[in-house]
Design a binder for this molecule. Structure first.
Ligand SMILES: [Zn+2]
Length: 147
């Protein structure tokens, strides 16, 4: 562990494991998702995705915090890079509830992400953009869970 203080050149870059707890509060409170979710609901393709019982049970057994970490991981590794050789095909249609959420919310690939969320492809996503994608995914999952 680093003991010495270093000024932060990139204060936003705290989304690696160590700093994650600090960002929970700010993770989704500033977003108004209503317009996005209303628009997604008009897409026959997007709205056909839903969580199955097995997905909900998985989420309950893992807990939302763990699911959020999975979402952060998937976004960082599979959506954020500037170049994704198999973009458009990198997100399976099943196997993890976050994958389903990615298709349902158009966070599945950079093509869809650009079209629906107006964040251009071809460059690495910023930390704030990754946080936004995770917030979208978690909001969709939350809406799929029983109250
Ligand atoms: Zn896509």
């Amino acid at each position: 562990m680093k003991q010495t203080f270093e000024p932060e050149l990139f204060p936003d870059e705290t989304s690696n494991d160590a700093g994650m707890n600090d960002t929970d509060e700010s993770a989704d409170k500033t977003y108004d998702f209503e317009p996005l979710f209303e628009k997604l609901a008009t897409s026959d393709f997007r709205r056909k995705f839903s969580l199955k019982r097995v997905d909900r049970e998985y989420i309950i057994s893992k807990g939302m915090d763990t699911i959020r970490h999975h979402a952060e991981d998937f976004v960082r590794k599979r959506l954020a890079p500037a170049v994704i050789p198999n973009d458009g095909k990198q997100t399976p249609m099943r196997g993890h509830p976050v994958f389903i959420a990615q298709h349902a919310t158009a966070c599945c690939c950079r093509g869809c992400f650009a079209k629906w969320h107006h964040i251009p492809a071809g460059r690495e996503l910023t930390t704030a953009e990754q946080r936004y994608a995770v917030a979208v995914l978690m909001e969709w999952i939350r809406r799929q869970m029983p109250r």
